[in-house]
Every structure is written in C-alpha cells, then in structure tokens.
Write a protein that binds this ligand. Sequence first.
Ligand code: NAD
Ligand code: UDP
Length: 331
Amino acid sequence: GDLTVLVTGGAGYIGSHACKALRRAGFTPVAFDNLCNGHRDAVRFGPFVHGDVRDGMAVQQALRDHGAVAVMHFAAFAYVGESMQKPQLYYDNNVGGMLGLLAGCRGAGVNRVVLSSSCATYGQPAVMPITEATPQQPINPYGQTKLICEHMLRDIGAASDLTHVALRYFNAAGADPDGELTERHDPETHLIPLALLAAAGRRGALGIFGTDYPTPDGTCVRDYIHVSDLARAHVLALRHLLAGRGSVALNLGTGQGTSVRQIVAAVENVTGRRVPVQDLPRRPGDPPILLADPGKAAQVLDFRPDHSDITSMVRHAAPSFGLEVANDQGA
Ligand code: NAD
Ligand code: UDP
C-alpha cells in the first residue's frame, strides 16, 4: 500500500499543506499535533493523532501504530518576538520537541527526518543572497533553537543510520490554491495577513516597521515563497531520503526580493481596496534584506517554485481573511 509519513505539526499552517502534497503524491500523511496552535479541521488528508512531540513514547507509538517510514517535523513555536520574551518556552518546545521526536524515531526504527528549519538560523549575514555555506549565526532564541535542531540531526546522523534534510525556509506566504486550506495564526504577526486584514477593514492601519532602511524604497526586503511550493519541496526531500541519497541542508526561497511597500501595493491591486498604513520605527532584530540563493535546492531536489509570484500568494491568501478576489485577473 501507500507509504506512511508522520507529519508533526500537521494541523498547522505549513504542515497541513504538506499533508495535502503528500496525499497528492501517493503517500499517507499521519498528522501528529497537540493543537496548541493548530486546527483540527485542517487535518483532511489522513489520520490524526493528538500528541506532544516532547513525549518520545507517544511519538514511538504513533510511528508503530501507523507503520510510518519517515517523519516531517513541523511542530514548533515560531514567533521571533515571543522567543525574545520567553526564550525558555522556545528551548523547551523546539529543542525538547526535537529530543522527543528523535527518541521516538529511534524506538520505532525510523531513520529519515525532514526538518522545518529557517532562514532565522543565518541571523544578519553581510552578503546577499544567502547560500547554504553562509555562516549560521542566529540573532534570536527562535533561530538558535532551529540551529540546535539541525546540529542534533547532524551529530546523531554521524553516529547512526539517521539521515535528514534540513529545509531552511525564507518567508512562507499564501494558501492552498484550491481553497481547501487557509492561513491561520493567532495572534497574527505576518505581513501579508495583516495587510489583508487592514484592507478588509478588520484592523486599523498596517504599521510599516521602518522606512529608512538602505533598500530601494526604505522598507525591508524579504524573499516570499508560496506555502504550496514549500509543501511540494518537502515531498521531494522525502523522496531524496527514501532513495538513500543522504543528509543535506537546503534553502527554500525564490531569490526574488519584495519590499513591505511592494506587498502593500500588491494587496491593493489584488483586492481593489486601499490598505491604510502608518509608518513606524524599525522593529528590533529585523535585517534590512534577506534573500535566498535557491540554486542548491534546484540542483539537489530539482525544485523550482512555481506559485511564488507575489500576486498569486496574495490572491491565494485573501480568502483566509474574508476577502473574495474577483475571477482570475492577475493569477
Ligand atoms: P504553525 O504554528 O501554524 O504550525 C505548528 C504546528 O505545530 C501547530 O499546529 C501546533 O499546534 C503544533 N505544535 C507546536 N508544538 C507542538 C508540540 N510540542 N507537540 C505537538 N504539536 C505541536 O506554524 P507554521 O508557520 O506552519 O510553521 C511550521 C514550521 O515551519 C515551524 O517549525 C516553523 O519554525 C517553521 N518555519 C516557518 C516559517 C514561516 O514563515 N511560517 C518560516 C521558517 C520556518
Ligand atoms: N512587517 C511590517 N509590519 C507588520 C509586520 C511585518 O512592516 O505589521 C515587516 C517586517 O518588519 C518584515 C516583513 O514585514 O520586514 C516581514 O515580516 P513577517 O513578520 O511577516 O516575517 P519575518 O520576516 O519577520 O519572518
């Protein structure tokens, strides 16, 4: 029958999209989630197991019960600002979660892991674009916990048959093009959702964090990648591991930069509504520009994003925030 994959954080934003991509590719995704931030109704493509990744026995049991051959590990806390206020929470959930997961894998004899890592592991590199050889020097506890997870996989892999792919995402954006899954975070902190909420009149003005950066329009530049492209990259990473090709770390981005003001303009174009904005001071810890060099993922996985233009990402995210987008213009 189908190969089964345990997807921790499978009720969350990116994990639920990965479950859909796995199902589409002929795998059975088992979503393993404690629902601290996820949504039960986002689990639609395979079984659901309610559990905490810090509980190694629960992970082991789920792997055994479902005969999983690999794990995709999304379960974590992921707010940079919160990690500065509550670092212990982040070390507990993200590093403790990785330990529990690895204990469960060892117990069940599962030795392939795809990890959600982050461009936050690079900190503020001096040279753009960022390649996988760029030094990883995180500037916040969130990035630090993700780097520790990568190191755990590397060190344990060197002493066992464990292999992994660490996927370092840049800015995830958008939602399922079919509209089956949405983007939902509580509290919402991400730029595109906040701009859509402002366009819908469900918030006050969108604050723009910094207008005096050394960038073309003075606002921060980021590399946005469609969540469904990220999901597809995970399936390719899984196939890489199943084919025995060995451990690797890969950036997932487009290499294209988009400024905060360009996002606002795209939201106005797509929705036909004005986004009220308010210029604010810089947000501490925000690098002016983050851009991926996507070359290695293209070479190793033959992965190229195909939905990651800003218009498509904004169009696909809009329904998550109560905005209907007219027909197909601009898609
Ligand atoms: P999310 O909060 O929507 O999803 C995380 C899921 O993990 C939630 O469903 C939550 O309930 C679950 N979870 C958390 N702790 C758990 C635990 N101890 N046991 C079981 N389940 C637990 O977040 P997301 O945006 O989908 O992020 C998924 C992953 O991708 C995270 O590891 C994050 O660090 C990483 N990441 C996200 C981005 C981004 O732009 N959103 C960028 C880089 C990396
Ligand atoms: N941003 C902003 N106003 C907001 C939220 C975000 O100007 O209300 C900016 C933020 O400074 C960053 C970019 O938008 O340059 C993307 O921020 P987000 O929090 O979505 O992702 P991050 O890059 O922090 O992972």
